[in-house]
Write a protein that binds this ligand. Structure first.
Ligand code: CP
Length: 334
């Protein structure tokens, strides 16, 4: 693979191969495969897990990582092509990536949409422009999608069930006081559909994910001859579920106009042990960070069926697998 941008760029077989490789890294953590290689990570938004796990992924394989925070500890970066740079940013993404390409072997980017103009933001131009201008492999560390998180989720599911077939995956919206990024829900739902799980997405009315992602999930389920459903009813969604992915996201109907009076109507969208009784003794996970007892109760989060820490750990292993695959593709004899 040339870049790691979107989960939908990969087949079930390719994702499975990455999970197998990630499990090898889970067994043997330190290997000198990426000796002297450098990863530059660019964080336009905060992070804990992504920052740590990418730095450790390359370090534990013999390379090292340099972290940039544009506009904070490094120069502000303009991301719009053709912009007259008369505001805060001192440098254009095009120039930054050309320079980074001369220093490093991989670049990762985190740049959330601002949820101000979804018609523009849904095109994920920063990611695509970066990939176009870059002379080194690009990894999406979360833009409008979060493929690294989705791959870690697949590793987590595979290690529990050994197979994805005939397993019911539920993408379950939960309440959070802010309108959060849809990225994790987008990639996780698509990932589950690619590998052949039955997929149900449950969210309040007017909180549907972008049709691009819904249609991808629908199409994959059709091709795989698996079940797909969307509902506004949590009880119905949880019936017989094997794996519940809990996530909050903002309504695309409230882009540029967040409406707390509508959003706060859904404070009762919280996962608790009563709801879990409807499932097939399902496992739950969440990408973290997470506000306890807002989205999900302590009782569920601290139960043996909670895989939140397992999935967070797996970020480290899958990202090693991704970097190694990219290195194989781009090998320049270094
Ligand atoms: N799940 C995840 O990406 O965590 P961070 O935002 O802490 O990186």
């Amino acid at each position: 693979m040339k870049h790691f941008l979107k989960i939908e760029d990969f087949s079930s077989e390719q994702l499975d191969k990455l999970v197998v490789k990630a499990n090898e890294f889970k067994k043997v953590r330190y290997q000198n495969i990426l000796k002297n290689k450098t990863l530059i990570t660019m964080f336009f938004n905060p992070s804990t897990r992504t920052k740590i796990s990418f730095d450790l992924a390359i370090t534990e394989l013999g390379g090292h990582c340099v972290t940039l925070e544009p506009g904070k500890s490094s120069w502000g970066i303009e991301i719009n092509e053709g912009a007259v740079m008369d505001s805060e940013a001192e440098e254009h993404l095009k120039d930054a990536i050309k320079v980074i390409s001369r220093y490093a072997d991989f670049v990762g980017i985190r740049c959330f949409p601002k949820f101000q103009d979804w018609e523009k933001e849904r095109k994920d131009l920063i990611l695509h422009n970066l990939a176009m201008w870059s002379e080194i492999p690009v990894v999406n560390m979360e833009t409008i999608s979060h493929p690294c998180q989705a791959l870690a989720m697949l590793q987590t599911i595979k290690n529990k069930f050994k197979t994805f077939k005939k397993k019911k995956f539920v993408m379950s919206w939960a309440y959070h006081p802010k309108g959060l990024n849809t990225a994790v829900a987008n990639s996780a739902s698509v990932a589950a559909s690619i590998v052949g799980m039955d997929v149900t997405i449950v969210n309040p009315p007017d909180y549907d994910l972008d049709p691009y992602f819904i249609n991808l999930v629908k199409e994959n389920c059709k091709v795989n001859d698996t079940e797909f459903s969307m509902t506004n009813n949590m009880d119905e969604a949880y019936e017989g579920a094997d794996f519940i992915y809990i996530k909050s996201w903002g309504s695309l109907k409230q882009i540029g106009n967040f409406q707390p009076e509508i959003h706060n109507q859904y404070k009762n969208w919280k996962v608790d042990s009563n709801l879990m009784k409807k499932t097939n003794n399902a496992y739950i996970s969440h990408c973290l960070p997470l506000r306890r007892n807002m989205l999900v109760t302590d009782e569920v989060l601290d139960s043996p069926n909670s895989l939140i820490y397992e999935e967070a750990e797996n970020r480290l292993h899958v990202q090693k697998a991704i970097l190694c695959e990219l290195n194989n593709e781009w090998y320049r004899g270094k």
